[in-house]
Design a protein around this ligand. Structure first.
Ligand SMILES: *Cc1c(COP(=O)(O)O)cnc(C)c1O
Length: 458
């Protein structure tokens, strides 16, 4: 007998009296409320998302967003024939994003929602590759050795290069410049370069790459060599920050060389997980051979996303957020985060132990703080030890080393997003100071290794 009486309490039921099967599907059914409760309990062992200062992604979601997600749970984004209104809502979002990113001619730009920036970047990269290949073939030139030039990029670009056999030329960081400088970029470009990817909100520090200066350098390069190299801006974070908080920074379609832009709706777009955007300046920048036409959902549909079926709720929630917040609301939320980041940077400096590498300034990057240990700090702990100790109170503040040529620099980073309030950060600082005091009175026998350290969330 494995039936749960409806009067039985969950924790005295037969189903709760045993360990749940972990790797083999049980033969018999169980009571839904019991199984749900036991799974919910197991999920307590996960980190608390709101204390996770490693992630760039949205972890605060209002009741209205939850309700919209709930009523959208069965809607399939791909099925534009069955859900024409959802398709229309996606199109409206694309239009709003095109405006935010200053597309010169809305009737010519094209775009789509995606699952996130990774899918968006993959599409942007592919379009770039096909454009380069078509141009080279038309000129009767070799297309066997494509390369892509980037600064310190997010892992999705490593995947892009690996999947399509394109040489990734990741311009190494310098000790004093943790980004791609125009001078360095130009050294890596040649006729086989399918394009340059500039990151507007670097994963490693949170800073914006100087998109305008990179674009100018590519203009100069074209003048000198006759080779025109396109720019894709990976604005995963910055795409929903700068339009509100630093609208004068030239990073978007106002620069003619920028052919496509991608961003994560689920980062500073404030949408729930599973929402990204990509736009091309002009329909001509999205090669026809990447667009497929299907008739089996009824109607004639063109698809160029990597996924077919995918949930529509996050796109609907994104639309809600655009309408509900407007430019004013986004600006207020994000500027508050910048203020909180600046507070955290100051508090960290007050300890005398840390040097702030980036203090979360709307003119320079995203609301995040990145710091390292002062060279002369008289301490017995590493940032890995500190991250590990903070974890005991539930905080996830990752420590990690920077990429090539700066790998001896270990930094720690905190993302200040919607819902990471000034008060929450003051509680973090209290715990941080407690950890520092702990290390003063406890000898460390064996340091936490980078491998054991908190995972570096991108
Ligand atoms: C987060 C991020 C990505 C990947 O985005 P997802 O939305 O997580 O797929 C790509 N590039 C940059 C710069 C990022 O910050």
């Amino acid at each position: 007998m494995n039936k749960d009486s409806k009067y039985e309490s969950i924790f005295s039921s037969r189903d709760s009296d045993v360990e749940l099967p972990k790797y083999k599907m049980p033969e018999k059914e169980s009571a839904p409320r019991v199984i749900k409760e036991l799974i919910r309990d197991e999920l307590f062992l996960d980190g608390n998302a709101r204390q996770n200062l490693a992630t760039f992604c949205q972890t605060y979601l209002s009741d209205e967003v939850h309700e919209l997600m709930d009523i959208s749970i069965s809607k399939n984004m791909i099925d534009k024939d069955e859900y024409p209104q959802t398709a229309e809502i996606e199109e409206r979002c694309v239009s709003m994003v095109a405006q935010l990113w200053n597309a010169p001619d809305r009737s010519r730009s094209v775009g789509t929602s995606t699952v996130g920036s990774s899918e968006a970047c993959m599409l942007g990269g592919l379009a770039m590759y096909r454009r380069w290949r078509a141009k080279r073939k038309a000129a009767g030139k070799d297309v066997s050795r494509p390369n892509i030039v980037t600064g310190p990029v997010q892992v999705c670009w490593h995947k892009f290069a690996a999947y399509w056999d394109i040489e990734l030329r990741e311009v190494p960081m310098e000790r004093d410049a943790f980004y791609m400088t125009p001078e360095n970029m130009v050294k890596y470009i040649d006729e086989n370069t399918i394009g340059v990817v500039a990151t507007f909100g670097l994963t490693f520090t949170g800073k914006y790459e100087p998109i305008k200066a990179l674009s100018d350098a590519l203009d100069a390069y074209e003048k000198k060599t006759g080779i025109s190299v396109d720019l894709h801006v990976d604005a995963a974070s910055g795409g929903f920050l700068a339009p509100f908080c630093a609208p004068h920074i030239l990073w978007d379609f106002r620069l003619p060389r920028v052919k496509s832009i991608s961003a994560s709706g689920h980062k500073f777009g404030l949408a729930p997980l599973g929402c990204g955007w990509i736009l091309w300046r002009d329909a001509a920048d999205l090669p026809e051979d990447l667009i497929f036409h299907v008739n089996y959902l009824g109607g004639n549909m063109s698809v160029f996303q990597l996924n077919f079926s995918r949930p529509a709720g996050q796109i609907i929630a994104q639309y809600y957020l655009f309408l509900r917040l407007g430019r004013e609301g986004y600006k207020k939320i994000h500027m508050n985060c910048y203020k909180t980041a600046s507070y955290l940077a100051k508090e960290l400096e007050k300890t005398g132990l840390f040097e702030v590498v980036y203090d979360g300034n709307p003119e320079e990057g995203i609301p995040a703080v990145t710091w390292k240990l002062r060279d002369n700090a008289k301490i017995n702990f590493t940032l890995y030890d500190l991250a590990d100790r903070l974890r005991a109170r539930g905080w996830q503040v990752p420590a990690y080393s920077l990429p090539a040529r700066a790998e001896d620099t270990v930094v720690q980073r905190a993302l200040i997003r919607h819902g990471v309030s000034r008060d929450l950060v003051s509680l973090l600082m209290q715990d941080m100071n407690r950890c520092i005091d702990y290390f003063k009175t406890h000898e460390i026998v064996s340091h936490v290794t980078p491998e054991e350290g908190t995972a570096f969330a991108h």
